[in-house]
Ligand binder design. Structure first.
Ligand SMILES: [Zn+2]
Ligand SMILES: [Zn+2]
Length: 356
């Protein structure tokens, strides 16, 4: 026996180094899928009545994380079919093409390939960010809180372009974009009768998100934003990859037998420092920093998420007021006298960088 034997099975040669343990590809894959399975326990058969059909929404970004999630769940569902001839839930996959991405002709082809590889699931047609104006029945009204009102005869595309060009800082622009994306995905999930959204965020991504939220004055709602369970949007949120690092998901993609996964894991570019800090949105800055530094200090990153998750999570209990725009919980009670605005502190700050 060589010294480089997998510490788990003690049989096969180790090929990956995970959290200071040398594992073979098979044991490593089991480690990743085990973490996801544990996080998906609330969607087991035992929580389902005999004739109930459960639908879960899975947004894919084109990156490795959401793709790994789709592959692991697809595998789980196929095993359920083989064993019981039915699944505990169905998956509805959606992809939003963000502004700046739509010029890539490969995108539609990639999505078609994805559909072919995971043909058991429902795939929504590609969505554009401006579809939020059509799918979210309250968004146009809520945008008025930010001083952005629709003009007479203005089309969705025109209004959307005007919204996006109204920001005077990159941070506000990226903040606005992420709220619109969230609202679009929630609206699409509700329209598809899904009871929950499965977010493909890794631990690394959640740490970046938590720190960026604090930096943007959204610290009060961080724990609610990254918690598993009922969300303020009136739909369940789940982060099944929350205990896995970005680098681990990439390794998983590389050792997976699914060619699409290998391809995306392969092309995941090394993290580049932004050219100019002054013109970079705080989200991108922290994301770059954490992805590059997180590899060196993974336990610190894991602590960011764990600590943020331990803070008070406010649920939609009928008394918690939600921000009109980002739908996150706010201080002050519904119907109480303490509330002076419809917007949370983070959205008020964002509004200062919106030219109306
Ligand atoms: Zn092994
Ligand atoms: Zn808000």
């Amino acid at each position: 026996m060589t010294s480089d034997t997998c510490v788990d099975c003690r049989e096969r040669d180790a090929s990956v180094n995970i959290r200071n343990r040398r594992l073979c590809a098979a044991c490593f894959s089991r480690y990743v899928t085990g973490k996801v399975a544990k996080r998906m326990e609330s969607y087991r058969f035992t929580t389902l009545s005999a004739d109930q059909k459960r639908r879960l929404f899975l947004p894919v970004s084109g990156g490795i994380s959401s793709l790994v999630l789709l592959q692991i769940l697809d595998d789980q569902l196929q095993r359920q079919i083989a064993k019981r001839n039915r699944t505990a839930y169905d998956i509805v996959v959606a992809r939003v093409v963000l502004p700046g991405e739509q010029d890539q002709p490969t995108d539609a082809k990639w999505y078609e390939d994805l559909k072919t590889s995971f043909s058991k699931h429902t795939f929504l047609p590609l969505l554009a960010l401006h579809n939020v104006l059509r799918l979210d029945s309250r968004i146009v009204e809520d945008l008025e809180c930010l001083g952005l009102a629709r003009k007479v005869n203005e089309s969705d595309e025109e209004l959307f372009d005007r919204i996006m060009s109204s920001t005077t800082s990159n941070t506000a622009r990226s903040d606005l974009r992420s709220v619109l994306l969230q609202r679009l995905l929630v609206a699409a999930a509700k329209k598809e009768d899904c009871e929950g959204i499965l977010w493909g965020h890794s631990d690394t991504r959640l740490a970046a998100l938590a720190l960026a939220d604090v930096a943007k004055g959204r610290g009060g709602s961080v724990s609610s934003a990254i918690a598993d369970g009922p969300s303020m949007y009136g739909i369940g949120f789940n982060y099944p990859l929350r205990e896995l690092y970005e680098a681990e998901l990439q390794t998983y993609g590389l050792v997976a037998s699914e060619p699409l996964l290998q391809e995306v894991a392969d092309r995941a570019a090394p993290v580049q420092a932004p050219a100019s800090i002054r013109t970079t949105a705080i989200d991108d800055l922290l994301s770059t920093y954490i992805t590059s530094q997180g590899e060196k200090y993974p336990s610190i990153m894991a602590n960011v998420v764990r600590t943020a998750s331990k803070l008070e999570v406010r649920r939609p209990d009928g008394t918690t007021a939600a921000c009109r725009f980002c739908v996150m919980p706010m201080r002050g009670q519904l119907g109480g006298q303490t509330r002076t605005t419809d917007l949370c502190y983070g959205c008020q700050r964002m509004r200062q960088d919106i030219r109306t």
